[in-house]
Design a protein around this ligand. Structure first.
Ligand code: HEC
Ligand code: HEC
Length: 379
């Protein structure tokens, strides 16, 4: 009898606690919210070969590029490779705030995935195509510190790499000039990197189920993530910049991160990126673009520096973001909770708003922060 009373009492307590919990557990989305959520897919999207790179999608070039990516052949001291900073088992990053090759660079290593979806490359968009972006670290004195002449000489003297090169580019490195050789190696590296695509995630399953109104399937998606998603597309306004299947508009913005370099001085961000672009021989406007119509260079021709581009950085994709810590262009935020707290406590005066005002201090509660992070973790 006594036992019965106790368990009845326990049942009473559970049900009185369970009712409000249950209410909080049901997250529903309006038709317009559903449309927004659906716009973050489908995944993976169709990725076509890069018309500016004649070996894009070519199997031998992909294999050759993969070997180059892992080899120390491209660094002056033969001590560094692309893998030094882009480690395949760390989502092609290095886990450091600012990465180090020959010496420390100013920025955080970007994860290499879904690269065919980019319009611009690098935190500052200093390249308008993937092969140019792949040449940059080879020549940067702080990263691999090589020169086109050094790499050309090495290639001519290396029988296996030389044969690989000749088979793909149908010309011998002994007749090609150093400028052409470095571009071709960049194109093989690009062909390989284009094959790195992030897999489907719990979010993608939810998104597809929601599009089909499959309630059985949508209920598999964690409730905290659903609440976080509601904040992401709602009062967080995250989707204003992190939009579409790759969770980025592909352009540049100021998210209120200071832009001082560790070495002192200021990181000009997009402003500096446009300067680099205008000076580079390796853009879609130049002679190394293999697309005879050069149509893909229109954005580059029209891009102009403005005061607003100072201190702007590329809006990063949020796919696989759980695996790419630390965050932001300078790696200054160690965890996703730190990122969400940053947006929540945003110092609006620090922003270069110039009247756009997309970002506002959000003042999220602690449970809301937990939910938003739970959502980001499902990407
Ligand atoms: C010393 C570390 C280091 C090495 C070595 C390195 N990278 Fe990077 N990589 C970075 C950093 C840091 C960034 C961000 C650069 C920036 O925006 O200024 C980056 C960015 C990139 C990007 C741009 C991705 C995007 O989404 O815009 C590509 C592509 C890339 N690296 C490819 C390579 C290749 C190919 C190699 C080898 C030839 C290489 N990297 C070697 C550190 C490194
Ligand atoms: C006005 C455009 C804009 C809005 C709105 C915005 N972001 Fe960002 N986001 C950016 C930019 C730009 C960066 C890179 C900033 C930098 O490195 O200086 C960034 C970086 C991030 C990163 C770091 C990713 C990485 O790989 O380093 C995360 C995570 C993130 N945002 C999540 C969010 C969330 C969550 C929200 C909503 C609360 C949000 N963003 C709203 C533009 C925006």
């Amino acid at each position: 009898m006594r036992r019965f009373t106790q368990s009845a009492l326990a049942g009473l307590i559970i049900s009185s606690v369970a009712t409000p919990l249950l209410a909080a557990n049901t997250v529903t989305f309006s038709e317009s919210e559903k449309a927004t959520i659906t716009s973050h897919g489908p995944w993976p999207p169709k990725m076509t070969p890069d018309p500016s790179n004649r070996v894009s999608g070519n199997k031998s070039a992909i294999a050759f590029g993969r070997e180059l990516f892992r080899s120390r052949f491209l660094s002056a001291s033969r001590r560094h490779s692309c893998v030094t900073c882009h480690k395949p088992n760390r989502a092609y990053t290095d886990g450091l705030a600012r990465s180090t090759g020959v010496s420390m660079v100013d920025r955080n290593t970007i994860s290499l995935a879904n690269l065919r979806l980019n319009r611009w490359y690098g935190w500052d968009g200093g390249s308008d195509n993937l092969w140019a972006q792949s040449i940059r670290p080879i020549l940067d004195p702080r990263e691999m510190n090589a020169t086109p002449a050094l790499i050309a000489k090495r290639l001519r003297n290396d029988a296996p790499f030389s044969r690989g090169y000749q088979a793909i580019f149908k010309s011998s490195p002994s007749v090609d000039d150093a400028g052409q050789i470095i571009v071709n190696l960049g194109k093989a590296l690009a062909a390989y990197q284009e094959t790195i695509v992030t897999p489907r995630t719990a979010f993608d399953e939810f998104r597809d189920a929601l599009a089909k109104s499959d309630e059985q399937e949508t209920s598999q998606y964690p409730v905290a993530a659903r609440r976080g998603l509601k904040i992401f597309i709602g009062k967080g306004k995250c989707g204003l910049c992190h939009l579409g299947p790759n969770f980025t508009n592909g352009e540049f913005d100021d998210a209120g991160i200071p832009y001082f370099k560790a070495s002192g001085g200021i990181d000009k961000g997009r402003f500096g990126g446009i300067q680099k672009l205008k000076k580079s021989p390796h853009t879609l406007l130049g002679r190394f673009n293999d697309n005879p119509r050069r149509a893909s260079g229109i954005a580059t021709r029209h891009v102009t520096r403005s005061h607003q581009s100072w201190g702007q950085f590329r809006v990063p994709s949020l796919r696989n973001v759980i695996n790419t810590a630390p965050y932001m262009h300078d790696g200054s935020l160690p965890t996703l909770t730190d990122v969400v707290r940053h947006y929540s406590n945003l110092n609006e005066e620090r922003l270069h708003l110039d009247g756009r005002g997309l970002l506002r201090r959000l003042d999220l509660t602690d449970p809301e922060i937990v939910d938003l992070v739970a959502f980001l973790e499902t990407l």
